[in-house]
Design a protein around this ligand. Structure first.
Ligand SMILES: [Ca+2]
Ligand SMILES: [Ca+2]
Length: 212
């Protein structure tokens, strides 16, 4: 009789613990704020850039999402790992955060949408906002269950087209010279994306005029 009551009490207590756990779990998940690893601005160029991929380096489009992440990693001084897979180039780790299992990983969004192409094949424009996010997914529904880390990148593309009339010509060259002489900065004139406007940018704009 006593043993029976004890068992009932234990079952009730266990039930309460299990229920508390069941109710507490989703609440905890919802309350976890992802950690922002880096957030900032990058300037991209139309010229391709070399990025380490596996044990080699590859030329990728200078305005690609991968180029934006690469520039961010250099400014923010964090590592990225890029792998060449049968689906294209894939970012497997950022800031030493590797997937803890196969249901977790890094994905990216541009302006709040998740593109269906790889990081090297989506090309960005000025004012695009890129978010890389690390999370783990429910393996039945593929809903995101845990969003843990975030990188936020605001993009400018250095085109040299300072009057935004769709072509780079001598007006843009004069405008670039003006920026140099007045010490001003405009992202579209920073042709080598080094964070300042100087004669290297003037030469790069001239180059673009002569080759287009
Ligand atoms: Ca122009
Ligand atoms: Ca520059």
């Amino acid at each position: 009789m006593m043993a029976g009551r004890f068992m009932l009490a234990m079952v009730a207590i266990l039930g309460i613990i299990v229920c508390m756990g069941a109710f507490a779990y989703p609440v905890n998940v919802a309350q976890v704020e992802p950690q922002v690893i880096w957030s900032g601005n990058v300037t991209l160029t139309l010229d391709p850039i070399n990025i380490p991929v596996g044990n080699t380096t590859m030329n990728v489009n200078g305005t690609s999402v991968l180029a934006a992440l690469w520039r961010a990693s250099q400014i923010g001084e964090f590592n990225i790992t890029v792998e060449n897979t049968s689906w294209g180039l894939y970012v497997s780790s950022i800031a030493e955060i590797f997937p803890e299992n196969w249901s977790c990983g890094w994905t990216y969004e541009v302006n709040g949408q998740m593109p269906v192409v790889g990081v090297a094949l989506y090309f960005l424009q000025t004012n695009d906002s890129v978010v890389f996010q690390y999370g783990c997914y429910n393996t039945t529904t593929w809903a995101l269950e845990r969003l843990l880390y975030i990188i936020k990148i605001n993009v400018s593309v250095a085109t040299g087209d300072l009057d935004s009339n769709g072509k780079v010509d001598f007006n843009d060259l004069i405008a670039t010279l003006n920026l140099i002489l007045t010490g001003k900065y405009r992202a579209v004139a920073d042709m080598n994306a080094d964070g300042c406007i100087d004669f290297n940018d003037l030469i790069a704009v001239l180059n673009r005029i002569l080759t287009s």
